[in-house]
Design a protein around this ligand. Sequence first.
Ligand SMILES: *[C@@H]1O[C@H](CO)[C@@H](O)[C@H](O)[C@H]1NC(C)=O
Ligand SMILES: *[C@@H]1O[C@H](CO)[C@@H](O)[C@H](O)[C@H]1NC(C)=O
Ligand SMILES: *[C@@H]1O[C@H](CO)[C@@H](O)[C@H](O)[C@H]1NC(C)=O
Ligand SMILES: *[C@@H]1O[C@H](CO)[C@@H](O)[C@H](O)[C@H]1NC(C)=O
Length: 305
Amino acid sequence: MACILKRRSLVVVGVIVVCFFLMVLRLISEMKLPLQRNSFDKPIARWMPFSYPQNGSIRTHFGYVNIRTHEPLQLDCDLCAIVSNSGQMSGQRVGNEIDQSSCVWRMNNAPTKSFEEDVGRRTTIRVVSHTSVPLLLKDPDYFFKETNSTLFVIWGPFRNMRTDGNGIIYNMLRKAADRYTDAKIYVTTEKRMSYCDGVFKKETGKDRIQSGSFLSTGWFTLILAMDACYGIHVFGMINDTYCKSDGFRKVPYHYYESGKNECDEYFLHENAPFGSHRFITEKTVFARWAKKKKIIFTHPNWTVS
Ligand SMILES: *[C@@H]1O[C@H](CO)[C@@H](O)[C@H](O)[C@H]1NC(C)=O
Ligand SMILES: *[C@@H]1O[C@H](CO)[C@@H](O)[C@H](O)[C@H]1NC(C)=O
Ligand SMILES: *[C@@H]1O[C@H](CO)[C@@H](O)[C@H](O)[C@H]1NC(C)=O
Ligand SMILES: *[C@@H]1O[C@H](CO)[C@@H](O)[C@H](O)[C@H]1NC(C)=O
């Protein structure tokens, strides 16, 4: 009797061990997959395991879903131009160069109208903060009808983006999508939002929420662009020491608004105890990414040593 019991428990233990082994094998293969498929220059082991696997030449980005069809975003670019909203763009006259990129990325409500010579005309994709959605809705005909080939990717916290009828910003977007049926509006999933938080924690060692800060639209833009583009030119973005360097160019915070000054604004945000962006910390991280990926910062030009 004792002998039979012993044999039975041995079998049970054996089955458990085999199951566990299979689970580990599967985990490992899932972690390897996105790494191997990431064709962007040199793959980075540090953060790809959390990314989503991609399929074929049209890359599918499962962290962003169409608000009407619920389909994931499909975007595959060669050379991308990311145009900063910074006053650094004023007078750069790089509009033509920007428009020749395979995809042109803009952020929030940054206009092209009457700034074409400096910032270009085309917009392939616009990454928009939940706080900037009301600004788009001030001129919905322009954003969702005239420029109806543009993809919109909206990011925001769960409380504003929840889909159960209580997400204020989500509701606004739903309404716009119902009215402008050709508009391509995507929302960032909750899972992808926490992935972006996770990247911040990994890169800075700081928990974003505990440190009382918000990620910037630039952060979300660069993370998606690194998945969707084979190379990136960032226009008008300064580096982390620019505002402390000799003879830096004093420019407005945004190229389309006067009033706030770029460096003043950066210092204000960096040092605020809560409710602010960490633009300077983020730039340090961007510089690190630029060492490993095909990212070039231009106008002002800066290289990563
Ligand atoms: C992946 O791509 C192949 C062809 O490239 C296609 O047949 C398949 O449906 C795709 N799978 C998904 C999940 O999109
Ligand atoms: C999309 O934009 C083009 C170019 O501005 C315009 O001709 C067309 O009517 C727009 N489509 C819709 C459905 O508004
Ligand atoms: C950052 O920008 C400043 C001002 O343009 C420059 O002096 C400095 O060398 C740059 N730093 C890096 C690492 O490129
Ligand atoms: C900045 O870099 C671009 C392209 O790499 C180059 O065309 C331009 O002349 C550079 N500008 C300055 C001021 O060095």
